[in-house]
Design a protein. Structure first.
Length: 240
Protein backbone atom coordinates (compact mmCIF):
# COMPACT_ATOMS: atom_id res chain seq x y z
CA UNK A 1 0.00 0.00 0.00
CA UNK A 2 1.38 3.39 -0.98
CA UNK A 3 2.23 5.99 1.61
CA UNK A 4 -0.60 8.55 1.86
CA UNK A 5 0.81 11.67 3.54
CA UNK A 6 4.15 13.24 2.57
CA UNK A 7 6.05 15.96 4.40
CA UNK A 8 7.44 18.61 2.07
CA UNK A 9 9.21 21.94 2.14
CA UNK A 10 7.02 24.28 0.14
CA UNK A 11 8.62 27.18 -1.75
CA UNK A 12 6.95 30.49 -2.57
CA UNK A 13 8.19 33.06 -5.12
CA UNK A 14 8.81 36.77 -4.79
CA UNK A 15 6.41 38.98 -6.71
CA UNK A 16 8.76 40.27 -9.39
CA UNK A 17 10.55 38.24 -12.03
CA UNK A 18 13.71 39.54 -13.66
CA UNK A 19 15.67 39.15 -16.91
CA UNK A 20 19.06 40.15 -18.25
CA UNK A 21 19.79 43.87 -18.58
CA UNK A 22 21.04 43.38 -22.15
CA UNK A 23 17.80 41.74 -23.35
CA UNK A 24 14.83 43.47 -24.92
CA UNK A 25 11.42 42.17 -23.93
CA UNK A 26 8.12 42.68 -25.83
CA UNK A 27 6.17 45.52 -24.24
CA UNK A 28 3.17 43.27 -23.63
CA UNK A 29 5.26 41.27 -21.14
CA UNK A 30 6.27 44.40 -19.24
CA UNK A 31 3.00 46.27 -18.93
CA UNK A 32 2.04 44.91 -15.48
CA UNK A 33 5.45 45.75 -14.00
CA UNK A 34 6.05 42.23 -12.69
CA UNK A 35 8.87 41.44 -15.14
CA UNK A 36 11.82 43.83 -14.76
CA UNK A 37 15.46 44.15 -15.72
CA UNK A 38 17.66 42.49 -13.14
CA UNK A 39 19.63 45.71 -12.63
CA UNK A 40 16.55 47.34 -11.09
CA UNK A 41 16.48 44.86 -8.19
CA UNK A 42 18.65 44.40 -5.13
CA UNK A 43 19.39 40.67 -5.11
CA UNK A 44 21.26 39.55 -1.98
CA UNK A 45 24.35 37.43 -2.57
CA UNK A 46 23.47 33.76 -2.20
CA UNK A 47 19.72 34.22 -1.81
CA UNK A 48 17.70 31.19 -2.95
CA UNK A 49 16.35 31.66 -6.48
CA UNK A 50 15.09 29.99 -9.63
CA UNK A 51 16.47 30.71 -13.10
CA UNK A 52 17.60 34.06 -14.45
CA UNK A 53 20.93 35.51 -15.56
CA UNK A 54 22.53 35.76 -12.11
CA UNK A 55 24.16 32.86 -10.26
CA UNK A 56 26.21 33.21 -7.07
CA UNK A 57 28.77 30.43 -7.27
CA UNK A 58 31.90 29.15 -5.50
CA UNK A 59 34.91 31.02 -6.89
CA UNK A 60 36.54 27.91 -8.39
CA UNK A 61 33.32 26.49 -9.84
CA UNK A 62 33.39 25.85 -13.59
CA UNK A 63 30.13 27.04 -15.14
CA UNK A 64 28.85 24.18 -17.37
CA UNK A 65 28.91 25.33 -21.00
CA UNK A 66 26.07 23.15 -22.26
CA UNK A 67 23.61 23.84 -19.42
CA UNK A 68 21.58 26.78 -18.12
CA UNK A 69 21.55 27.97 -14.53
CA UNK A 70 18.28 26.64 -13.10
CA UNK A 71 18.33 27.34 -9.36
CA UNK A 72 20.29 27.72 -6.18
CA UNK A 73 19.22 27.01 -2.63
CA UNK A 74 20.66 28.63 0.48
CA UNK A 75 20.26 25.73 2.89
CA UNK A 76 20.34 27.99 5.93
CA UNK A 77 17.04 29.33 4.57
CA UNK A 78 15.64 25.94 3.53
CA UNK A 79 16.92 23.26 5.95
CA UNK A 80 15.20 24.55 9.11
CA UNK A 81 11.93 23.36 7.52
CA UNK A 82 13.28 19.87 6.73
CA UNK A 83 11.50 17.50 9.11
CA UNK A 84 13.24 14.50 7.49
CA UNK A 85 16.75 15.70 8.33
CA UNK A 86 17.98 14.64 4.88
CA UNK A 87 19.24 18.01 3.69
CA UNK A 88 22.57 19.49 4.76
CA UNK A 89 22.04 22.19 7.37
CA UNK A 90 24.44 24.69 5.80
CA UNK A 91 25.90 25.56 2.41
CA UNK A 92 24.34 25.89 -1.02
CA UNK A 93 22.91 23.63 -3.70
CA UNK A 94 23.35 24.70 -7.33
CA UNK A 95 21.24 23.37 -10.22
CA UNK A 96 22.01 23.56 -13.95
CA UNK A 97 19.89 21.88 -16.60
CA UNK A 98 18.96 21.34 -20.23
CA UNK A 99 15.22 20.77 -20.14
CA UNK A 100 15.10 19.69 -23.79
CA UNK A 101 17.42 16.77 -23.13
CA UNK A 102 16.33 16.15 -19.50
CA UNK A 103 19.92 16.38 -18.30
CA UNK A 104 21.72 18.55 -15.82
CA UNK A 105 24.12 19.00 -12.97
CA UNK A 106 23.72 19.50 -9.23
CA UNK A 107 26.60 20.74 -7.07
CA UNK A 108 26.91 21.31 -3.34
CA UNK A 109 29.30 23.64 -1.54
CA UNK A 110 29.36 24.12 2.23
CA UNK A 111 30.36 27.77 2.16
CA UNK A 112 28.99 31.05 3.47
CA UNK A 113 27.17 33.56 1.28
CA UNK A 114 30.12 35.94 1.58
CA UNK A 115 32.38 33.39 -0.13
CA UNK A 116 30.25 33.23 -3.28
CA UNK A 117 31.10 35.05 -6.50
CA UNK A 118 28.38 36.57 -8.67
CA UNK A 119 28.31 35.38 -12.29
CA UNK A 120 26.06 37.10 -14.84
CA UNK A 121 25.07 35.40 -18.09
CA UNK A 122 22.25 37.13 -19.98
CA UNK A 123 20.42 34.81 -22.36
CA UNK A 124 16.98 34.40 -23.92
CA UNK A 125 16.88 30.59 -23.70
CA UNK A 126 15.23 28.34 -21.12
CA UNK A 127 15.56 29.72 -17.58
CA UNK A 128 16.19 33.24 -18.93
CA UNK A 129 13.66 34.58 -16.40
CA UNK A 130 14.57 34.58 -12.74
CA UNK A 131 12.65 34.89 -9.50
CA UNK A 132 13.77 34.85 -5.87
CA UNK A 133 12.41 32.25 -3.46
CA UNK A 134 10.67 34.49 -0.95
CA UNK A 135 9.63 31.89 1.60
CA UNK A 136 10.08 28.24 2.55
CA UNK A 137 7.96 26.40 5.09
CA UNK A 138 7.03 22.87 6.18
CA UNK A 139 3.83 21.47 4.70
CA UNK A 140 2.25 18.16 3.70
CA UNK A 141 0.58 16.68 0.65
CA UNK A 142 -1.62 13.63 0.14
CA UNK A 143 -1.45 10.93 -2.51
CA UNK A 144 -5.26 10.78 -2.54
CA UNK A 145 -5.27 14.34 -3.96
CA UNK A 146 -3.76 12.93 -7.15
CA UNK A 147 -7.14 11.35 -7.98
CA UNK A 148 -10.30 13.08 -9.15
CA UNK A 149 -13.93 12.33 -9.93
CA UNK A 150 -14.90 11.56 -13.55
CA UNK A 151 -16.41 14.51 -15.40
CA UNK A 152 -18.68 12.54 -17.73
CA UNK A 153 -19.88 9.04 -18.57
CA UNK A 154 -16.94 8.40 -20.86
CA UNK A 155 -14.47 9.06 -18.08
CA UNK A 156 -16.50 6.87 -15.74
CA UNK A 157 -15.61 3.91 -17.97
CA UNK A 158 -11.92 4.47 -17.17
CA UNK A 159 -12.33 5.03 -13.43
CA UNK A 160 -10.65 2.73 -10.93
CA UNK A 161 -12.43 0.48 -8.44
CA UNK A 162 -13.06 3.50 -6.22
CA UNK A 163 -14.68 5.38 -9.10
CA UNK A 164 -11.75 7.80 -9.43
CA UNK A 165 -9.34 8.85 -12.16
CA UNK A 166 -5.66 9.68 -11.96
CA UNK A 167 -5.22 13.46 -12.26
CA UNK A 168 -2.20 14.07 -14.51
CA UNK A 169 -2.00 17.77 -13.59
CA UNK A 170 -2.55 17.70 -9.83
CA UNK A 171 0.58 18.89 -8.03
CA UNK A 172 1.79 20.99 -10.95
CA UNK A 173 1.13 24.23 -9.07
CA UNK A 174 3.39 23.40 -6.14
CA UNK A 175 7.07 24.26 -5.79
CA UNK A 176 8.75 22.15 -3.15
CA UNK A 177 11.41 19.80 -1.90
CA UNK A 178 10.44 16.15 -1.21
CA UNK A 179 6.92 14.77 -1.61
CA UNK A 180 5.27 13.20 -4.64
CA UNK A 181 6.96 13.34 -8.03
CA UNK A 182 4.93 15.36 -10.54
CA UNK A 183 4.99 14.94 -14.31
CA UNK A 184 1.88 15.49 -16.43
CA UNK A 185 3.19 13.18 -19.17
CA UNK A 186 3.83 10.27 -16.82
CA UNK A 187 1.28 7.56 -16.22
CA UNK A 188 -0.06 6.76 -12.76
CA UNK A 189 2.09 3.65 -12.45
CA UNK A 190 5.26 5.56 -13.37
CA UNK A 191 4.59 8.11 -10.63
CA UNK A 192 3.80 5.41 -8.09
CA UNK A 193 7.02 3.59 -8.94
CA UNK A 194 8.94 6.71 -7.96
CA UNK A 195 6.80 7.18 -4.83
CA UNK A 196 7.57 3.62 -3.72
CA UNK A 197 11.27 3.78 -4.59
CA UNK A 198 14.25 5.20 -2.72
CA UNK A 199 14.12 8.36 -4.86
CA UNK A 200 13.14 11.72 -3.39
CA UNK A 201 12.31 15.05 -4.97
CA UNK A 202 15.36 17.24 -4.42
CA UNK A 203 13.63 20.15 -6.13
CA UNK A 204 10.34 20.79 -7.89
CA UNK A 205 9.52 24.18 -9.38
CA UNK A 206 5.91 24.39 -10.46
CA UNK A 207 3.46 26.90 -11.82
CA UNK A 208 2.68 28.77 -8.57
CA UNK A 209 4.28 32.01 -9.68
CA UNK A 210 7.54 30.45 -10.87
CA UNK A 211 6.82 28.76 -14.21
CA UNK A 212 4.00 29.81 -16.53
CA UNK A 213 3.53 26.33 -17.94
CA UNK A 214 5.47 23.25 -16.96
CA UNK A 215 7.16 21.67 -13.98
CA UNK A 216 10.92 21.35 -13.46
CA UNK A 217 11.94 18.47 -11.19
CA UNK A 218 15.14 16.92 -9.91
CA UNK A 219 15.17 13.46 -8.33
CA UNK A 220 17.91 11.96 -6.18
CA UNK A 221 18.36 8.62 -4.47
CA UNK A 222 17.93 9.03 -0.72
CA UNK A 223 21.23 7.26 -0.01
CA UNK A 224 23.04 9.57 -2.43
CA UNK A 225 21.55 12.60 -0.68
CA UNK A 226 22.71 11.32 2.70
CA UNK A 227 26.20 10.85 1.25
CA UNK A 228 26.12 14.27 -0.47
CA UNK A 229 26.62 12.52 -3.80
CA UNK A 230 24.80 14.57 -6.45
CA UNK A 231 26.29 12.91 -9.53
CA UNK A 232 23.31 10.61 -10.20
CA UNK A 233 20.43 13.09 -10.12
CA UNK A 234 17.57 12.80 -12.63
CA UNK A 235 16.18 15.87 -14.39
CA UNK A 236 12.63 16.16 -15.69
CA UNK A 237 10.57 18.81 -17.45
CA UNK A 238 6.84 18.08 -17.66
CA UNK A 239 4.69 20.21 -19.94
CA UNK A 240 1.40 19.44 -21.65
Amino acid sequence: MEKEIFEIIELLPATKHYYGDSLKMPEILLKDGLLVKVGTLDIPLGHSRYGGPIADLPKDFEYPKDLRFAAQLDLKQIAPHDTSGLLPKTGHLFFFADIIEDKGLVAYADIENSELVRVVKDHDDNFFEGVLIKEAFAATEKLSDRYRDPEDEYEEEDANEDGLLWDFFEGSETSKIFGIFTHCQAQEQQILEVVNSNKVVLLQIGENGFNDEGVFSVLIDKDDLKALNFSNCEFHWGQS
